[in-house]
Design a protein around this ligand. Structure first.
Ligand code: SAM
Ligand code: SF4
Ligand code: F3S
Length: 447
């Protein structure tokens, strides 16, 4: 039975960190208008899906979820269902045909109009707000954040690159950066509120350009790290073509900027990178990696990969495997290519690698990467790492989960430690994705 009132809302967030950050903005905007968050879907008068369109599978998940909500609406008269984020922005009015459960649509630049959209639904309409607004950065909105340890701070929205496989330029619109001063103001507030880790976010974070004085991402990162000297500073996601030497030196110089760079490569073959319109060759990528490793001792690198993009031959795939063996990334997010309607690839290239081949190549990539990750993680056994404790471990209430500065996940005995504390952990065992250890001395607190 629903216990919340009509003005309670529940948000399901799918997709990337930007979407999760946007859900915090939506929450703040709705609260300003007198709506209150519900504990669960069952308690809500309004259910909002904040959606992702990056791969077909992501859209399938939303469609399945809408079927479930359709059933829920039959039982709960008056329940309002809105679809926000990248899928409605991409599909526009056609989105309504996916499910009769949908009452309204809101694209990523229209969240300020959410209260109006809800009123319109109550007046019997099926509104859709899916216009781009290339000036919208939600400045002045103080997002409601999940948790009190780690905070995302979007520093830019949208993307001006046109990677052939990618839907994001069509769902998020033109790139726009937040003013330097407003990012610093937000960071100052987070420090005052006791956050321990701050992650600067953008689809292409290192192409940041301050709209007021033209300052670049290296300058922003440096300023943020000075403003929050006791906090860990992270950033995501960087584009290889926009990694500058100044940025790499800033990471090395500022002790609280984490020694982790997530640098999506997508393929190990220059021919594929050309077809993907990534704007760099694999040799240039390898040079950037060499620079990062030379300047930042102990840095950890992670990446994204796509198997079976249009025209990929066996030798291109072998080049990807070779790159993995050479670079030895700590971790990779690995996908097989999923054609997205409207993208450059869908319009100009043939999705010609058979699904079975895509999946076989992806599996080879995953197998190799898992072996490498496991070797790297096994190599840390017996070492001591500094961990920021984040939460209870999923497996046991007697253990906490945290991360190293290099973003490795560590599970360790709770003893008397609390989430939010920094401590030294002796690594005693490892899988390909997790380090397991014991706090070194219960007495040592680093914070
Ligand atoms: N902005 C980031 C960059 O430039 O690398 C990536 C953002 S994208 C949301 C995250 C990852 O999803 C990409 O790096 C890519 O590996 C993967 N991806 C994007 N479009 C895809 C598609 N059509 N099929 C499979 N994977 C895709
Ligand atoms: Fe997509 Fe490329 Fe933009 Fe990343 S940089 S969001 S992959 S278009
Ligand atoms: Fe997905 Fe949109 Fe992010 S398509 S990956 S939620 S920007």
């Amino acid at each position: 039975m629903r216990t919340g009132g009509n003005n309670t809302f529940y948000i399901h967030t799918f997709g990337c960190q930007m979407n999760h950050a946007d859900s915090g903005i939506i929450t703040a905007l709705l609260q300003q208008e007198g709506y209150s968050p519900a504990e669960s879907e069952d308690d809500a008068g309004i259910i909002l899906l904040n959606t992702c369109a990056v791969r077909e599978h992501a859209v399938d998940r939303i469609e399945n979820y809408l079927q479930h909500l359709h059933g829920l609406k039959k039982r709960h008269k008056g329940l309002i269902v809105g679809v926000a984020g990248c899928v409605p922005q991409f599909q526009r009015q056609d989105m309504f045909s996916i499910s009769p459960a949908i009452d309204f649509l809101a694209g990523p630049d229209t969240y300020r109009s959410l209260p109006l959209l809800i009123e319109q639904v109550r007046a019997g309409l099926k509104p859709a707000a899916v216009e781009f607004d290339s000036a919208e950065t939600y400045e002045g909105i103080d997002p409601v954040r999940q948790g009190s340890i780690s905070a995302f701070v979007p520093v830019m929205r949208g993307c001006n690159n046109m990677c052939a496989f990618c839907v994001v330029p069509f769902t998020r619109g033109r790139e726009r950066s937040h003013p330097f001063s407003s990012v610093i103001g937000e960071v100052r507030q987070l420090v005052a509120s006791g956050y321990r880790e701050i992650t600067l976010l953008g689809q292409n974070v290192n192409s940041y350009c301050d709209p007021e004085e033209g300052r670049n991402f290296a300058a922003l990162l440096d300023a943020v790290s000075c403003e929050a000297p006791k906090q860990r500073i992270r950033f995501s996601t960087s584009h290889p073509k926009d990694i500058s030497e100044a940025l790499v030196r800033t990471i090395a110089d500022r002790q609280n900027i984490c020694n982790h760079v997530h640098l999506p490569v997508q393929s190990g073959s220059s021919r594929m990178l050309g077809l993907m319109n990534r704007g760099h060759s694999i040799e240039e990528y390898r040079e950037k990696i060499a620079l990062i490793r030379e300047v930042i001792p102990g840095v950890v690198l992670t990446t994204d990969l796509i198997a079976g993009f249009c025209g990929e031959e066996e030798e291109d795939h072998q080049a990807t495997l070779e790159l993995l063996s050479d670079v030895r990334f700590d971790l990779a997010y690995m996908f097989f290519y999923s054609e997205r309607p409207g993208t450059l690839a869908a319009r100009t290239l043939e999705d010609d690698v058979p699904e079975a081949v895509k999946k076989r190549r992806l599996q080879e990539i995953i197998d190799l990467q898992n072996t490498i990750s496991e070797e790297l993680y096994q190599g840390t056994i017996g070492t001591v790492v500094e961990v920021l404790a984040e939460s209870e471990s999923k497996r046991s209430s007697q253990q906490l989960m945290g991360r190293t500065d290099t973003n490795r996940v560590v599970v360790f005995d709770r003893e008397h430690f609390q989430a939010g504390e920094r401590l030294h952990v002796l690594i005693t065992s490892a899988t390909s994705a997790t380090l397991i250890g014991k706090p070194l001395h219960s007495g040592i607190h680093l914070s």
